[in-house]
Design a protein around this ligand. Structure first.
Ligand code: SAH
Length: 500
């Protein structure tokens, strides 16, 4: 039942902070229904969803309805539930531990509710809170961890939205973590006699690298680390390095795992390519170390970065090595973890959306498309000793999209070589500067016009070059235009590429 909204101020003192409600509308409990007879009245899809939950909780389910829908029929065929094929009668509720009314007939629902209430059997009537003696929450299921969210019937949509938020915060493998830790409870009790010592130990384990090992599927390593932590004097002292892909710029493109690790970091070592909005999501108190890396002007040489990561982890810190895009695509991520592996420092790699994927999506250029391109190749186009040394024959293939990273300086050579190896001078190309961000610029041209386009339009790093027939689709598919007031899908912000 909904309560009247309380006045903002206390009627007695006139102060509003006195008016914190001291009562709850419901008592939240988790009911053990394993093997208990439970009755569901109704045979449709709504009933099927309730049956699903009851079966997950291992209840013995009887469904009462003249006819069953496809989902429940299947369960009956599989001998998973029992079916009573007739209309509801008062005495049907007898012996049930829990009753749920899920018919689309309000009168029947009412009969079920009053029959159950008369016998003090807990009853839930779907979508009719006033008939319920209990309500069912929105659920985040990380069994054995269960998180229930309820607005007490005030706003089920709000409860569902909250649930969605929590879903994103709580790793899917939380259940596995709980199960693993259950196996250590006795050992931890023996190891730490004081309850505050014990709590401190658990907090460290559950928020630290051991938990992260479970989340990334390394259960065996977690078990070993746990045993080690129990043996060592001050509990778990191991640091860990997380090589995290920060994506191309838009913070919305981070993975859940990247965000979680960023919010737990003690130190973050980041590159020039990491956007300020992404960096902003790192835990406020984390130390921030800029590792630079402009192609000419290396702030820290690569070896320096590798050693820095080792040193920080040895100090027991949780280090996030945050890189633009994906760490394993032109990110030198491999070199950084090679040093960690040599030195026996635990690490994990979190993929990010690479510039090619991010820029192509936000520019409206499918990297492959039937009839346009069957393959796509990612190429590092930077100059080395004044030239771009690549296997041009393999790159300049028909029906292949070519994505050049770091290609601005070598643009003259790139265009010349591609034409020399058989691509038409009219082959469409796109330049995408600061893709996926509010400053994104997309320019299109052809292999013949690209070098001039780069000079006259003053494009700057980071810019991605896409070469291929798929660029023709851009004028039709461009949807992201940060400057446009009406961001209508399919309205092209840029001039279409000239047809071949
Ligand atoms: N590891 C990164 C790439 C690093 S190489 C990744 O997976 O994306 C650096 C090059 O990536 C830049 O020179 C540029 O060509 C490209 N790049 C990275 N972010 C970009 C962005 N937001 N827009 C356009 N190009 C980008």
């Amino acid at each position: 039942m909904l309560r009247a909204i309380p006045p903002v101020t206390s009627p007695k003192s006139g102060r509003y902070w006195d008016y914190i409600p001291l009562t709850m509308d419901f008592l939240p409990i988790y009911l053990n229904v394993r093997g208990q007879p439970c009755l569901v009245v109704g045979g449709g899809e709504v009933a099927a969803r309730k049956v699903d939950l009851l079966r997950k909780a291992q209840a013995e389910v009887r469904v009462l309805a003249p006819d069953l829908g496809p989902t429940l029929s299947k369960r009956v065929r599989e001998h998973d539930i029992a079916h009573i094929a007739r209309c509801f009668e008062d005495k049907d509720v007898e012996g049930a531990s829990v009753v749920i009314a899920a018919t689309n007939d309000e009168a029947i629902n009412r009969l079920v509710a009053s029959a159950a209430k008369a016998r003090r059997i807990p009853v839930n009537v779907v979508d009719q809170p006033e008939l319920c003696s209990f309500i069912m929450p929105s659920l985040i299921d990380r069994s054995p961890v269960l998180i229930a969210v309820s607005s007490g019937g005030a706003s089920p949509v709000l409860a569902r939205l909250l649930r969605t938020r929590l879903e994103t915060l709580i790793p899917a493998s939380y259940g596995r973590l709980a199960t693993l830790m259950a196996g250590f409870r006795e050992q931890v009790k023996r190891r730490f006699s004081g309850s505050s010592e014990r709590r401190a130990f658990w907090e460290k384990v559950l928020q630290g690298s051991i938990a992260e090992m479970v989340f990334s599927g390394r259960d065996r390593a977690a078990r070993v680390a746990m045993e080690e932590a129990l043996r060592s004097k001050e509990g778990s002292g191991i640091g860990e390095v997380y090589l995290v892909g920060g994506g191309p710029g838009d913070p919305d493109l981070l993975t859940f795992r990247a965000l979680r690790l960023m919010q737990q970091a003690d130190v973050v070592v980041y590159d020039r390519l990491v956007s300020p909005e992404v960096l902003d999501l790192v835990r406020r108190d984390a130390q921030r170390i800029y590792a630079g890396k402009e192609s000419k002007n290396h702030t820290l040489p690569q070896e320096g970065i590798n050693e820095l990561l080792v040193r920080l982890a040895r100090e027991g810190k949780r280090v996030v090595r945050l890189k633009g895009g994906d760490p394993f695509i032109f990110g030198r991520g491999g070199e950084e973890i090679a040093t960690l592996a040599e030195q026996g420092i635990p690490f994990q790699v979190v993929p990010g959306i690479t510039a090619a994927g991010g820029c192509a999506s936000y520019a409206g250029i499918p990297l492959t498309h039937r009839g346009y391109a069957q393959s796509v190749i990612f190429v590092a186009g930077q100059l080395r000793d004044g030239s771009v040394n690549l296997n041009w024959k393999a790159i300049a293939q028909p029906q292949q999209t070519i994505v050049f990273y770091m290609g601005l300086q070598g643009v003259d050579i790139i265009c010349r070589e591609l034409q020399h190896h058989g691509l038409a001078s009219s082959m469409p190309v796109a330049l995408i500067q600061q893709g996926t961000t509010r400053s994104q610029r997309v320019l299109t041209g052809t292999l013949a016009t690209l070098p001039d386009l780069v000079r006259t339009s003053h494009v700057q790093s980071p810019t991605l070059i896409i070469v291929g027939n798929v660029v023709r689709l851009q004028s039709q598919f461009a949807w992201f235009d940060p400057d446009s007031v009406s961001q209508a899908a399919g309205v092209a912000p840029n001039a279409p590429a000239s047809p071949a």
